[in-house]
Design a protein around this ligand. Structure first.
Ligand SMILES: Nc1ncnc2c1ncn2[C@@H]1O[C@H](COP(=O)(O)OP(=O)(O)OP(=O)(O)O)[C@@H](O)[C@H]1O
Ligand SMILES: [Mg+2]
Length: 392
């Protein structure tokens, strides 16, 4: 087991800065996931840990020892990459034992180790088969066994489950988690699948454009996304642009095109009056309300423009104004007609607040470069605010 330190890693390709000062301390035995959209630098980072790519600046350390210039084969790594296929001309046992043979381990010891590994991946009887005689998921499990054969200090996996169908992927996620916990090998895992990252990782490094956007446990990032992008990429989120009007006992009051919203001031972030902001709330915190006013809630009027049956919930798309639609997770026990006027409500405590960003990637500012905010007048408040908002 090893502690892996990525220290100020940067990389340029043809004038493009693809990694921009990435620093992560991966603890011994930790399962750390690099998560982020295509092209954000996940594979490049992993390849630096592997020694396939050398950083332009920065260092890679294992247990405090600088490994930046150490060749791959001397780093004691196990690797499972999406395109890192099994050797087709070798049977499963020979694939799994490959590194051990190369290291000169006696035959009897190799057989014993291979048997242990095939038991670990729960494929004890396939040793004689060739890769082409296995399913995709079985092949991937064999690839994991092969990566573990020489008891690596660090396990690197790049989208190892990317090619599998949903059910198999879920089953394999579970297997991976069990194996990693059992062996306690420091693991750096790359995926762009947020659910995979949430369910497998001790911590997630959320990357964007060659930088770490947020580093934390799945719960920390999900519950407390540091930026609109973090909120958008991990889970689902609705944004409403607005303007900070007032700060009072524990809450900011924010004017939006459709009324006033409250947001708790628990956030350490400093906002000033007049700031353009993004109010954000997750679909699971929203409800479609019968009445306009509810204590302790934010309420926005809208119309149901679409509904999608997903099996678990009905997702309603509620149009709040020309620029803003809300996705609401609804229950199936009542039906709401399309185009019906509704109120979208949520607890003030479930509201996030960010400085305004005009960012098409997260679905903000597509229709306009200016947030549509309405200056608050006494009349506006009286008409559109719920009692709770008006009274606090
Ligand atoms: N050898 C290379 N030469 C030039 N550009 C490269 C090279 N390798 C990567 N890049 C660029 O660096 C950026 C980051 O690539 P990287 O493979 O790390 O992304 P990623 O996060 O793994 O994306 P994906 O989810 O699509 O695999 C991309 O813009 C890519 O085009
Ligand atoms: Mg990649």
């Amino acid at each position: 087991m090893a502690r892996v330190t990525l220290e100020n890693l940067a990389k340029w390709y043809g004038g493009q800065n693809v990694l921009d000062i990435v620093s992560i301390d991966v603890k011994e035995g930790e399962f750390l996931t690099l998560l982020g959209p295509s092209g954000c630098g996940k594979t490049t980072t992993l390849r630096m840990v592997a020694g396939f790519v050398s950083p332009d600046t920065g260092r890679v350390l294992f247990n405090g020892t600088d490994m930046t210039r150490t060749p791959t084969q001397k780093r004691r790594l196990g690797m499972v990459f999406q395109d890192y296929a099994l050797f087709p001309h070798l049977n499963v046992a020979d694939n799994v034992g490959f590194a051990l043979r190369a290291a000169g381990m006696p035959k009897a010891d190799i057989s014993k180790r291979v048997r242990e590994l095939l038991a670990l991946i729960r494929l004890p009887a396939v040793g004689e088969r060739f890769p082409s005689e296995l399913s995709g998921g079985q092949q991937q499990r064999v690839a994991i066994a092969r990566a573990l054969a020489h008891t690596p200090a660090v396990l690197l996996m790049d989208e190892p489950l990317g090619a599998l169908d949903l059910k198999l992927r879920e089953a394999m996620q579970h297997e991976l988690a069990v194996i990693q916990q059992k062996l306690g090998i420091t693991t750096i895992y790359v995926t762009h699948d947020q659910e995979e990252a949430l369910s497998l990782s001790n911590r997630i490094a959320l990357m964007r454009r060659g930088k770490i956007e947020q580093l934390g446990t799945p719960r920390e990032i999900y519950r407390n996304p540091a930026t609109p992008f973090a909120a958008f990429f991990l889970g689902k989120i609705n944004f409403v642009p607005g303007k900070l009007q007032e700060k009072q006992a524990g809450a900011y009051r924010i004017s939006t095109s459709k009324g006033m919203l409250l947001c708790p001031t628990k956030d350490e972030r400093k906002f000033s009056l007049g700031d353009q902001v993004l109010v954000a709330v997750r679909p699971e915190h929203l409800r479609i309300a019968e009445v306009a006013s509810q204590n302790g809630s934010n309420v926005l009027p809208g119309r149901v423009v679409r509904q999608k049956f997903t099996g678990k919930v009905v997702q309603y798309e509620v149009r709040v104004d020309e620029m803003t639609s809300f996705i609401v997770d609804g229950t199936m026990d009542r039906s709401i007609e399309s185009d019906a006027p509704v109120q979208v409500a949520w607890d003030v405590s479930a509201t996030y607040l960010y400085p305004y960003e005009d960012d098409q990637e997260i679905g903000v500012g597509v229709a306009s470069t200016e947030p549509q905010v309405v200056e608050v007048t006494g009349k506006h408040e009286a008409n559109t605010l719920s009692e709770s908002l008006a009274m606090t």
